[in-house]
Design a protein around this ligand. Structure first.
Ligand SMILES: Cc1ncc(COP(=O)(O)O)c(C=O)c1O
Length: 419
């Protein structure tokens, strides 16, 4: 049971009758108030993680900044928490710029990414005085030079391919030779020369991002080494990518161990006066949330399928990357006496499985199922497949729950369909 609880947001515990509490709120009460499926975020756990990251980085490298990769959970409530905790925000594209500004983030603390930034997005960066634009290609430079108004100078970083392969799913690997993101060192060096000559741009430094869900610190250290070969700059943005704990077997490095490796490599290879930026997404928010589902049907046969009222419409991580999750019946958490089942979604794909081979205690229709570690990339990858109404997000803290993203309605589904 402790093993299971350790996958839920810190502070989660069973109530006297066995019902799971997250952020002090009972799962059955959350389901009754907000319906299912519902994404429940333990606000305190998320804030604590943001503070842990900021404190651990500042302790190792005082001239530094944690920038939350907003793509991992882009809604104003989450981004406001990050801004309140003093973090900057990584925004990939116009939608994330708009969301960050709506959350009240300081534009000077935004870092704009994208391997195909449009004219509109470059214009937004300029209009809102976004702090750093990460140049991915020469066309970014053309667009910036054409857009930045006279008398203004846009601070830029250049994204470099560090040629580092990490052990993770191919779809979330980004730092390997041949990646679509960034430039190989020789091409980066040429573009840096051009930026340094530009009257509209100020060359501030380099960026590298190895990939996501990386459970070993060594690739991060190697990526720092790769940047050092391009010369000395005032700013180095070392990306995100630290893995989160999804399953009993996952043992991701702690934030401290990750930063020991990353900052250790920075001490060895980068100028001591430089500013360091890191961009954690997944490892910042994954563990802070869980999704609650209602069991719709239990089908016993060759395999036992426990099918719930959600699936790949609210959690695409399984179908996209084969991410393994765990699950439990919210009112009977101890799976010791349980049976091994396939926790299936409701969508028209055989791949729509939430967890294949999970022990649940006597699952039956109407039970609430809780899937932990759904705080990263679930809200943001939610979709309308099969007419799915995207699910709400609720903040739970000190036994009080508040809606931060409402459930879509049938009218929302039809609103863009103009016939
Ligand atoms: C440029 C950049 N920075 C940071 C991140 C965040 O990565 P993660 O969520 O794995 O920490 C990503 C996501 O892939 C990214 O593309």
């Amino acid at each position: 049971m402790d093993d299971l609880l350790s996958l839920f947001p810190p502070g989660s515990a069973p109530d006297a009758d066995g019902m799971l509490r997250i952020g002090g709120c009972r799962a059955d009460a959350l389901a009754a108030e907000f319906g299912t499926p519902v994404l429940v975020v333990a606000e305190g756990a998320m804030r604590a993680r943001a503070r842990e990251y900021a404190g651990e980085l500042a302790a190792r490298w005082p001239r530094s900044r944690v920038v939350f990769a907003s793509k991992a959970f882009p809604c104003t409530a989450v981004l406001r928490v990050m801004a309140e905790e003093g973090l900057g925000l990584d925004v990939a594209g116009g939608g994330e710029i708009v969301t960050a500004l709506a959350a009240g983030a300081d534009p000077a603390l935004l870092v704009l990414h994208g391997n195909a930034k449009t004219d509109e997005e470059i214009a937004m960066a300029s209009e809102h005085s976004i702090g750093l634009v990460v140049v991915d290609n020469a066309d970014d430079v053309d667009r910036l030079e054409a857009t930045v108004t006279e008398g203004r100078c846009q601070d830029v970083l250049v994204r470099v391919i560090p040629s580092v392969e990490a052990a993770t799913h191919a779809s979330v690997l980004t730092g390997h030779a041949g990646s679509k993101f960034g430039l190989a060192p020789a091409a980066a060096a040429r573009l840096i020369g051009r930026i340094e000559r530009s009257p509209r741009l100020r060359m501030r430094g380099l960026h590298a991002h190895v990939g996501s869900q990386i459970l070993d610190v060594e690739p991060f250290a190697r990526s720092v080494r790769a940047l050092a070969a391009l010369g000395e700059f005032p700013v180095y943005d070392l990306g995100g990518g630290l893995g989160a704990r999804y399953t009993y077997d996952d043992r991701p490095p702690s934030v401290g161990a990750y930063l020991d490796a990353l900052v250790g490599a920075a001490r060895e290879h980068l100028p001591g006066h430089a500013e360091l930026i890191i961009e954690p997404g997944r490892s910042m928010v994954a563990a802070a949330a869980a999704t609650l589902y209602r069991v719709i049907t239990v089908k016993r046969g060759e395999r036992t399928f426990v099918a719930v009222d959600g699936g790949m419409g609210d959690n695409l991580e399984v179908a996209l990357y084969g991410q393994r999750f765990e699950a439990a019946i919210a009112g009977r958490l101890d799976p010791a006496g349980g049976e091994t089942v396939t926790l299936a979604g409701r969508h028209c794909e055989s791949g729509d499985v939430l967890v294949d081979g999970v022990r649940l205690d006597a699952p039956r229709v109407g039970d609430l199922v809780a899937v932990p570690a759904t705080g990263a990339y679930c809200h943001t990858l939610a979709n309308n497949y099969n007419g799915n109404r995207r699910i709400p997000a609720v903040f739970a803290a000190g036994g009080i729950a508040r809606l931060v993203v409402r459930r879509e309605t049938w009218a929302d589904l039809l609103a863009r369909d103009v016939g």
